[in-house]
Ligand binder design. Structure first.
Ligand code: ADP
Length: 487
């Protein structure tokens, strides 16, 4: 029987026995099996050899004069926890077996034994050492990969103890304390976003899988929270074969360069929009002078052409305005002027202002009046939000439809809804309509011009007021936009 299939692997074995016959028997059988075998005639010699050299497998007699097998087992476990011990014993009583197991013995072989019995026991031990070695290799490989990753890595077990992390993580979170292995997560961070995310991951049901992602703040040592760097954390669960959550893996990336790039782009867009808007407005007013006949009579054809030019230029002015708005909102500038406002008043005057446009399309635009409490908000921004929502409702509703605006109090919030009987939005486009420049295109709406900036502006303004906006829609039947603002 071949003990070891892989002939390049030569297990190192130490045989400790005071009986020469046994030592030499083992030596000759195992050497033929491609093992590297050393021998010790006493517990003392055995321990000296173990202290000097690492053995994969240690075969030790239990009863020897002087240091016995139990002591050898205890020392092996202490000094070489990954060595596998086999006990050779003349009297394999239950008591001895239990004690030897407690001391870390992997198996027994009762004296006297045949060469085949020895081979079977050692072959099992060899398999065990290979597995232990594979695990150890896997561990160092994992540690090396993790240590050299550019992102921060944080692995916790089910009860939020840290089981793996890398130096990048510590640097990102500004930690320079004691090693964190097996320490609770709270020893590393108290960041609520990060710990909350890990809590949610660990709270997943059996078999459930989720990727959570959020921006977190880096901690700048000594100076409190730093706003110069931006980190993004992504957490996922890891599970056993039956889908139970065993822990969480979190990867943290430094996204400062992306943020800076985004800021630069916004600044650029805002600069361009600003530079374009001035001349365009001048062009628009000059066209108006021509159209009003202030520079001489116009023929029908000329008036017609100027009308088209005026509409196109008007569209460009609107685009520049929206681009400017969005960059101002992103820079946190637009909602600085908060005061007590009555939303119902704003809605009333907006509906009145937009009514002619609704009439043009034969759309019944109505406002259901209600008593609303005052809220703390930026007046102009609120006008912009509801003007966008109501105008959209009219634009995306065919002739003869209906648009209803209503407001009500819902607990600590004021809820405003704008619903229409229009084209609606397809389910796959619904999550995207609040993205910048996103426009859902269908056969019916493809001729409608727009910028795809209205809803992102709405969302940014509402979120800057600690509110929420959501939409429900059914294609072909209409949409309802719900805004909630804290009282
Ligand atoms: P724009 O109207 O300029 O295209 P918005 O950001 O206001 O940009 O809207 C984004 C997209 O959402 C629109 O292109 C349209 O497809 C869809 N949308 C918005 N409001 C409605 C609505 N009331 N009914 C149907 N679709 C809508």
């Amino acid at each position: 029987m071949a003990l070891i299939k892989d002939q390049t692997y030569q297990p190192k074995i130490l045989v400790i026995d005071d009986e020469k016959r046994i030592r030499e028997g083992c030596f000759s059988i195992l050497t033929k099996e491609n093992c590297l075998v050393d021998m010790a005639e006493s517990g003392e010699t055995g321990l000296t050899m173990i202290a000097e050299k690492h053995y994969d497998i240690i075969l030790t007699d239990l009863m020897m004069p002087g240091i016995g097998g139990m002591e050898v087992l205890a020392k092996v476990r202490e000094q070489h926890p990954d060595s596998v011990s086999i006990v050779i014993t003349g009297f394999a009583t239950l008591e001895h077996s239990i004690e030897a197991m407690k001391k870390g013995a992997f198996d027994f072989i009762p004296k006297p034994f045949t060469p085949d019995q020895l081979r079977v026991v050692v072959s099992k031990a060899v398999k065990m050492t290979r597995t232990l070695q594979d695990i150890a290799t896997e561990k160092t490989r994992l540690k090396t990969i993790v240590n050299y990753l550019e992102g921060g890595v944080l692995v916790t077990d089910k009860i939020k103890n840290i089981i793996l992390y890398n130096p990048t993580l510590l640097r990102m979170l500004g930690y320079d304390g004691e090693p964190l292995d097996d320490q609770p997560l709270s020893a590393l961070t108290t960041d609520e976003t990060l710990t909350g995310m890990i809590d949610s991951i660990l709270g997943l049901k059996v078999g459930e899988f989720k990727v959570l992602s959020a921006e977190i703040l880096p901690y700048d040592r000594g100076e409190g929270l730093s706003d110069e760097r931006y980190l993004r954390a992504q957490s996922v669960p890891f599970q056993n074969r039956s889908g139970e959550i065993l822990g969480s893996v979190t990867i943290i990336d430094d996204i400062t360069h992306l943020k800076k790039l985004d800021e630069m782009k916004s600044a650029f867009v805002s600069m361009v929009a600003h530079e374009i808007r001035g001349p365009l407005s001048t062009v628009l007013s000059q066209i108006k002078i021509l159209m009003d006949g202030l520079a001489g009579e116009l023929g029908t054809k000329q008036a017609d052409i100027l009308g088209k030019i005026s509409r196109k230029v008007g569209g460009l002015v609107e685009l520049s305005n929206e681009l400017l708005d969005i960059s101002r909102i992103e820079a946190g500038l637009i909602v600085q002027d908060k005061q007590q406002v009555q939303l119902m008043d704003i809605l009333e005057s907006l509906v009145e202002f937009i009514q002619p446009r609704a009439k043009e399309k034969n759309i019944a635009l109505s406002l259901k009046k209600a008593d609303l409490p005052l809220i703390n908000a930026d007046m102009k921004s609120m006008e912009e939000v509801f003007s966008n929502l109501i105008t959209n409702a009219i634009i995306y509703t065919p002739e003869g439809g209906k648009v209803d605006v209503r407001g009500e109090v819902k607990g600590d919030f004021v809820g405003i809804s704008v619903s229409d009987t229009g084209y609606g939005i397809a389910p796959d486009e619904l999550p995207r309509i609040f993205e910048r420049f996103y426009r859902a295109k269908t056969e019916k709406t493809r001729n409608i011009v727009g910028t795809g900036l209205g809803l992102p502006i709405v969302k940014s303004i509402i979120e800057a007021h600690n509110g929420t906006v959501k939409v429900e829609s059914e294609e072909g039947f209409g949409s309802t936009f719900y805004v909630r603002l804290p009282i």
